[in-house]
Design a protein around this ligand. Structure first.
Ligand SMILES: [Zn+2]
Ligand SMILES: [Zn+2]
Length: 285
């Protein structure tokens, strides 16, 4: 069997290809221009981040999880759970951490500055699932190094969680017109496109909702669940004036340091953006 570092990119590529076909056949948001360039830039950023994580954090993750195991450290080792129950708890705990971390990314200005690169994409599709600024990846990897020993996850459980996460985030970012009934059924368990499109809305109260990654119950449990009756009417992105100009790999990498003026200038004259806490801006207030 090929190793995980071959299977994971191969699986992601296959899922992206399948979603590309579905997005072409039945898009929710129509009239896209320059889709190949948009997707290539997003994928390039994702590949770059994956390489960085493999080089800089895989070894450290292995070391901290092994240290926790050797010392009997972490919540999962204290809880009286054995076998598969422990594995289920590990996946749920990891997803709970992802929910909390995502909420922090919307609250803390420094974190938002990087996370906004993900939200700035005004033409959301499956490739947006790979569009995270390298700064966000580094910060989340560092935070995870502290959290993993506290939770007591093994490196195998981390890999299992990431294997579940990847197809779900590719799917819920996709621009596929998922039938309402199918979406409703799926979102009883997982985060679906109907949920995550709302998270990518230009309207701040909607952006600050639906933070969950894999399981949808986090948003229901913590009061951040939100839906639109007609999701096709959602205006996606952050209302950045020349958003298309920032879609290159260098543009996305520079965005947290340069986009402030461009964003605020556009947001100030855009009607309907002031629902709560003022218009979108970099950083988030
Ligand atoms: Zn977000
Ligand atoms: Zn997203």
């Amino acid at each position: 069997m090929p190793p995980a570092f071959v299977l994971k990119p191969a699986g992601a590529a296959a899922a992206l290809a399948l979603l590309w076909v579905l997005e072409s056949a039945a898009p929710m948001f129509e009239g896209r221009r320059g889709r190949a360039g948009h997707d290539l830039a997003n994928v390039a950023l994702g590949v770059m981040n994956a390489a960085l994580v493999s080089l800089a954090f895989a070894w450290a993750t292995l070391r901290v999880t092994e240290w926790a195991r050797a010392h009997g450290f972490g919540l999962l080792r204290v809880l009286p759970l054995g076998g598969w129950l422990s594995t289920v708890a590990a996946v749920v705990l990891m997803d709970g951490w992802m929910y909390a971390w995502h909420r922090m990314n919307h609250r803390v200005p420094l974190l938002w500055r990087f996370h906004a690169v993900h939200h700035a994409d005004a033409e959301l599709d499956a490739s947006t699932a790979l569009r995270f600024h390298t700064g966000e990846i580094v910060l989340s990897s560092l935070a995870r190094l502290a959290v993993l020993p506290l939770l007591g996850l093994s490196v195998g459980q981390v890999l299992l969680y990431e294997t579940l996460l990847l197809p779900v985030i590719l799917f819920h970012h996709s621009n596929v017109r998922v039938p309402p009934r199918l979406d409703r059924a799926l979102r009883t368990a997982i985060v679906t496109p109907w949920m995550h499109w709302v998270h990518h809305s230009e309207r701040r109260p909607e952006t600050d909702s639906n933070y969950a990654s894999v399981f949808s119950f986090w948003d229901r449990a913590f009061g951040s669940f939100r839906l639109r009756d007609r999701p096709g009417e959602i205006r996606l992105g952050l209302g950045i004036a020349d958003e298309r100009a920032w879609r290159t790999l260098p543009g996305m990498l520079l965005m947290p340091f340069r986009a402030h003026a461009a964003t605020s200038a556009e947001a100030e004259r855009r009607p309907g953006a002031e629902d709560r806490g003022g218009p979108h801006d970099l950083p988030h207030p």
